[in-house]
Design a binder for this molecule. Structure first.
Ligand code: AMP
Ligand code: GLY
Length: 423
């Protein structure tokens, strides 16, 4: 079949890498892709957000199946448009993707159906939001309702920080319309983990757990990023905990979405806070995590394309996915300056050699090719991913590969996996 993957990050490289290996795949395109993806797929010059052109390309090229990586096109209705054009797609439609696209919608859904999450209020008036903050006290969490590229959550230690967050989001409009409404939440303590499941309607097939490192620098210090590294599985998600997450959070949510006439289809990503053996929901995403997708996919032995297709077609009853027992870990290499200002175009050398180490795959997150050279083209640039018998071994392997990469303008954290290894 003819397959199109939409997106350009490390997540999409991992998806393309696995899909290209499937015997079901005759031809693979990626829009727009990157220099790493170009080695396994034909990249087309169409951005993920330009849903008109994604639909036009899919129609013109007789694409049989479209796999949508990022949230923005999902929330804007790419899957609705593809299905209207009779093209099969993996991912939720716009009504389903609202579970990520509006935190207020997600919180109200949890409240209506008894899904455990932090106590909250929703506000579209800054003064009312501030009164709520005074009543609740700090620490407290202020979130923009809509999509804000992972930057819309502000953890506030005291009332002044919370007021500043309200001004930043609502009055100064830091996230545009995404911040016209805010969610103010109880500050939860515990250990964070993510859990991924394939969903169609009321069928659920659990995938795996993961843990990521959002802070830019070692020791989880510095500004938040899209994720500087991750590993799968998360040791805190024991088999028993996975059952609890499914029973209390994933299945009730899937049933709630169906009951609300928004049957969910695609991958459901739950961000969780676990304390005292009990998981609470922090957020839902309507897509695979990035970089969590990279270790997750490296652990999957089954045919990814077949699994995504079966999910999209609602054939999930006999789905049996096989996984490597071994954990996998990804270390993200970013351009110096990220997540603040950085420059594109620096040259990255010795990638071939680093990528040929045993148990290593280097997924490109932001690169472009120039006359056979690989140039950095983004904040997060590479995801050096290792599969090994323990998280400590995977960490060692990933850093061995990184030591071989010649890229003075890049940096990475040196402690990815510390929590799992310290257990
Ligand atoms: P979100 O995008 O909602 O997952 O938030 C981003 C990050 O902010 C999460 O990964 C947590 O580290 C943190 N966070 C979000 N909500 C809360 C909360 N209610 N309590 C404590 N930390 C939170
Ligand atoms: N790594 C966090 C995310 O994909 O949202």
């Amino acid at each position: 079949m003819r397959v199109l993957v939409v997106g350009s990050g490390g997540r999409e490289h991992a998806l393309c890498w696995a899909i290209a290996k499937s015997p079901l795949c005759d031809k693979l395109y990626c829009a727009p892709g990157n220099a790493g993806i170009a080695r396994v797929a034909e990249c087309v010059d169409v951005t993920a957000e330009d849903i008109d052109r994604v639909v036009a390309f899919s129609t013109d090229q007789s694409i049989d199946f479209v796999v949508v990586g990022p949230e923005v096109p999902l929330v804007s209705g790419l899957v609705d448009r593809l299905e209207a054009a009779d093209i099969k797609a993996f991912g939720p439609n716009a009504r389903g993707a609202e579970i990520e696209g509006s935190k207020g919608f997600m919180k109200d859904l949890c409240a209506r159906y008894g899904i455990p999450t932090a106590a909250y209020g929703r506000f579209d008036e800054p003064d009312e939001a501030k009164e709520f903050i005074i009543r609740q006290g700090a620490p407290i969490v202020v979130k923009a309702d809509g999509l804000a590229a992972g930057k819309g959550v502000i953890l506030c230690r005291n009332e002044n920080e919370a007021f500043a967050a309200i001004d930043h989001i609502m009055t100064e409009g830091a996230f545009g319309r995404a911040g016209a409404e805010v969610i103010i939440e109880e500050f939860l303590k515990g250990e964070e983990a993510s859990f991924f499941a394939l969903v169609n309607g009321t069928s659920v097939v659990p995938l795996a757990s993961a843990q990521d490192h959002k802070a830019a620098y070692d020791g989880d210090e510095g500004p938040n990023t899209g994720g500087m590294g991750a590993y799968s599985p998360a040791p805190v998600v024991t088999d028993e905990m996975a059952d609890t997450i499914l029973e209390r959070i994933i299945v009730p949510t899937v049933e709630a979405m169906a009951a609300e006439n928004r049957p969910y289809k695609g991958v459901l990503y739950a961000g969780l806070m676990i304390a005292g053996g009990k998981p609470k929901l922090l957020e839902f995403n309507a897509r695979f995590g990035d970089p969590e997708c990279q270790p997750l996919i490296m652990r999957l032995k089954s045919d990814l394309l077949e699994a995504l297709l079966a999910c999209a077609e609602g054939r999930m009853d006999d789905m049996r996915l096989e996984w490597h027992e071994d954990p996998a870990l990804v270390v993200v290499m970013a351009t110096q300056g990220y997540p603040g200002h950085y420059s594109n175009g620096s040259r990255i050398g010795n990638l071939e050699r680093a990528g040929s180490l045993d148990g290593i795959e280097i997924f490109h997150a932001g690169t472009k090719a120039d006359n056979g050279k690989i140039l950095a083209d983004g904040g997060r640039v590479l995801g050096v991913t290792a599969l090994a018998p323990t998280v400590a071994d995977a960490q060692k392997r990933a850093y061995q590969a990184i030591d071989l990469i010649d890229w003075p303008e890049g940096f990475c954290r040196s402690d990815i996996g510390w929590r799992a290894i310290g257990r």
